[in-house]
Design a protein around this ligand. Structure first.
Ligand code: NAI
Length: 341
């Protein structure tokens, strides 16, 4: 069986705990993956390295695939986000975040099945902020036609390949006429010229969010710029059980980094109670990506086995505390391993 080397970045806070759980489940499933561990974030700084060490970037360039735990970013001061820097440096322009109702996880809705496609390199995450005058600061929102066309193309192609019916663009082009106007025009162009068979709906984001919480079943693929994608991902996570159950992928033309939507959760870090499922699900997305891009059926089969096992675990009523269950991080991983076929 082909073994694929994957860069594993445990990250900060709950990152190492949930990354250990993924390793445990993958070992028990005999998934065709060999982990090569590298550091980023505060854990790299603690070891005397840079926040985003060159060797970590080089390893991802070499293997073209990574699984990453969350990295802490100080709020309102200090260094810029390592997560944003990594996505930009590797040109991982599309964040893909499937949000689905899960068996046994009781929420207001039982029919959520949507995918958020977030532009991952521009917008207000350009990192250009200035103090114009004492007491007056500004932040620059950047939109390039190249990046808007690229992400719109990605979303429509994704919808077509996954047999999804509709792409909805969340925008605020009524206020940000140039930047969001650019995204709106690019999405319309790609739809009309290349994907007329996929239904397309542009919605102003404020009303879009109202519709999303009222009836998530009316949405399918949701396309949006960077900041909106960040915020709406967490909102959507709330529709299916919270941040412990929403995975993600950052995709570029030269590689892919898989990570959960959640952050380093400092409030519960070190207690061994974090839900590892979001990172396990991200790792399953990674296996499917390997299966698809490297034409390896063993990866696809492994993905199905692990997904079936965590679905059974949840359906049996076994969950971590964030889902109202009793299990801790390791006992949840064990429960998944026990259900591998
Ligand atoms: P967060 O996602 O870390 O936590 C929000 C809430 O959800 C907390 O109450 C936390 O305990 C809970 N939670 C998150 N993941 C969970 C899990 N797997 N199991 C159980 N409960 C979970 O968001 P927050 O507090 O806004 O950010 C904390 C730090 O994480 C910040 O430094 C932020 O910059 C960073 N962050 C990093 C991300 C990344 O590495 N991709 C993404 C989001 C935030």
């Amino acid at each position: 069986m082909n073994q694929h080397t994957v860069v594993l970045i445990p990250g900060d806070g709950i990152g190492p705990e949930v990354a250990d759980a993924v390793r445990f489940v993958f070992d028990k499933a005999h998934a065709p993956v060999v982990w090569e561990e590298h550091l980023a974030g505060l854990s790299a700084l603690d070891k005397g390295l840079d926040l985003l060490p060159e060797e970590t970037l080089e390893a991802i360039h070499r293997h073209k695939i990574a699984l990453k735990g969350p990295c802490t970013t100080p709020v309102g001061k200090g260094f810029s986000s390592i997560n944003v820097a990594l996505r930009k440096k590797l040109n991982l322009y599309a964040a893909v975040r499937p949000v689905r109702s899960l068996p046994g996880v009781k929420t207001r809705y039982d029919d959520v099945d949507l995918v958020i496609v977030r532009e991952n390199t521009e917008g207000l995450y350009s990192g250009v902020e200035n103090e114009v005058l004492p007491g007056v600061v500004m932040s620059m929102k950047v939109a390039s036609e190249t990046a808007c066309l690229r992400i719109a193309h990605y979303a429509f192609r994704y919808a077509t390949q996954r047999r999804r019916k509709k792409v909805t663009l969340f925008h605020k082009a009524n206020i940000m006429k140039l930047t969001d106007g650019m995204m709106l025009r690019c999405a319309e162009k790609i739809h009309t010229e290349e994907y007329p068979n996929i239904e397309y709906e542009p919605l102003i984001i404020d009303a879009g969010c109202m519709k999303l919480v009222q009836d998530p079943s009316r949405f399918d693929v949701l396309l949006m710029e960077n900041l909106y994608g960040d915020v709406v991902s967490d909102l959507a996570a709330g529709l299916v059980g919270g941040l412990g159950v929403v995975p993600g992928a950052n995709i570029g033309d030269e590689g892919a980094v898989f990570e959960a939507v959640h952050g380093s959760a400092p409030d519960i870090a070190g207690k061994g109670i974090a839900n590892p499922l979001a990172l396990v699900m991200s790792a399953v997305m990674m296996l499917n990506h390997l299966g698809q891009t490297r034409h390896d059926d063993a990866c696809k089969k492994s993905a199905v086995r692990i997904r079936d096992a965590y679905n059974k675990t949840l359906a049996d009523g076994c969950g971590t505390r964030d889902l109202g269950g009793q299990l801790n991080t390791q006992s949840f991983a064990q429960a998944v391993a026990d259900r591998l076929s």
